[in-house]
Write a protein that binds this ligand. Sequence first.
Ligand code: FAD
Length: 492
Amino acid sequence: MKNQKVLIIGAGVGGLAAAALLAKNGFDVEVIERNTEVGGRARVWKTEGFVFDMGPSWYLMPEIFENFFAQFEKSVADYYELIRLDPNYRIFFGADDVVDISADLEPNLKTFDSFEEKGGEKLQKYLDKAEETYTFMMEGVMYEDLSSIWSMFSPKLIKAGQKLHILSNIDKWVRKFFKSDRARKILEYPIVFLGGNPTNTPALYSIISHIDYNLGVWYPRGGLGMIPEGIMKLAESYGAVFQFEVDATHIDVKNRQAHHVQTSEGVTDADIVIVNADYPFSEMELLDKKYQTYSAKYWEKKIIAPSAFVLYLGVDQKLPQLTHHNCFLEYDWVKHFNQIFDQPAWPDEPAYYVCCPSRYDSSVAPKGKENIFVTVPISPGIEDTPQIREKYFTKIITHMEESIGESFQDSITVKRIFALNDFANDYHAYKGTAVGLTHTFRQSAFFRPRHKSKKVKNLYYTGQYTHPGIGVPMALVSSQIVADQIAKENSS
Ligand SMILES: Cc1cc2nc3c(=O)[nH]c(=O)nc-3n(C[C@H](O)[C@H](O)[C@H](O)COP(=O)(O)OP(=O)(O)OC[C@H]3O[C@@H](n4cnc5c(N)ncnc54)[C@H](O)[C@@H]3O)c2cc1C
């Protein structure tokens, strides 16, 4: 492994984790990133005393972060302080119709009792099942390299298939337990924000409720941007080198071996190339056709995860009506899903999410002000113009003001809109998707794009497009799988 040069394209969480793991293993690691900041989708925008997380705001699956840092004999606490949120989140079903999901289970059982008969009992049963599924996933499937068709027939996965209701979708699964619209919306909403549609996302993602209700909702003080910052420091401590504002433009291949990467700054040599940049862009734009594992047709047939209409707002007043995580779920969301997946259009009656991290973290906004992050899932590939954005901004903020019973439009001093065109320009995102490929059954596990190229011997892929999929913890696991594979192939 000594003197083997690994070049990583992209400093998203996937690229960072791969850099740390391989640098620790003795590889000579260089990371190139086209943007000025570290973190990719999880990067941070700082302005006028506000610290905005540009993408992720939910700290999911704490165990995966601990597992990651433990390999370096470190713990999460060496890089950031986790705060437990209470309430976990607040749901606005309309003006004066607000439900809190508590950090304690007991009040939540009562809340579900108010939705339907024996709602609490049903919630307990649903969560017991979700916990069983979670344990099963963590003990086996999650960290498995599922790149071979045979991996789908392993006894472990067959057992998992039966046990985890892989062939059922989460909407059907939730309906088995609950009748009320409210219970269903609350239990299914996280799927939406991880790029899926509950009617075609496998029921195994009910694990998200175990994560929310049983493991607690946590937040790193300073914001989720503390995660990429921490992993970069870790990688640097093992010698990895980072270059920002360097755009990879072509991977040169000879005899099925990648040997150079052309960049905006010149040519860089590599013994091994790992791509963390968006998979479709990298295959179609960085490689000659004969070296592409997946053609343009392959990507056209895929169900692409939603893009997002994102607002970063600095507000010159406090908004105590909000808690840290808030979901606005007033409308019938079947129509919203249709407008994302079936008849693409800007949603007329959207379900959306608002994060207000300054509620409990004074480090992310100046005193007396609020840091607000709004995200509305929208269809990839739809028209995105300044006029549409402004109209949509007014629509969302007006609805939010009505729901919380307070106007704040005149107090907005910082405003940035990030949508389809920005995802495409900043991350080279296919059709402006926010998070890549949805998690349908046919786009999960073995069916997700491979970690290793079929056509180029020393070319690997990590991040949200690969197994296990979308989300910050998943990107960590993806890199774990890639790093283990590279270490195995290069051990001598
Ligand atoms: C709005 C939003 C909200 C989200 N909410 C959550 C959440 O609450 N919790 C959660 O866990 N996850 C959430 N996610 C998902 C999560 O952020 C992603 O799944 C994860 O960060 C993806 O990491 P990655 O390493 O796969 O890719 P990326 O973060 O996209 O990293 C890829 C990197 O490659 C770079 N790159 C691209 N092309 C080139 C090139 N040619 N040369 C050099 N560099 C290049 C890009 O600039 C980027 O930095 C959210 C995502 C978004 C967008």
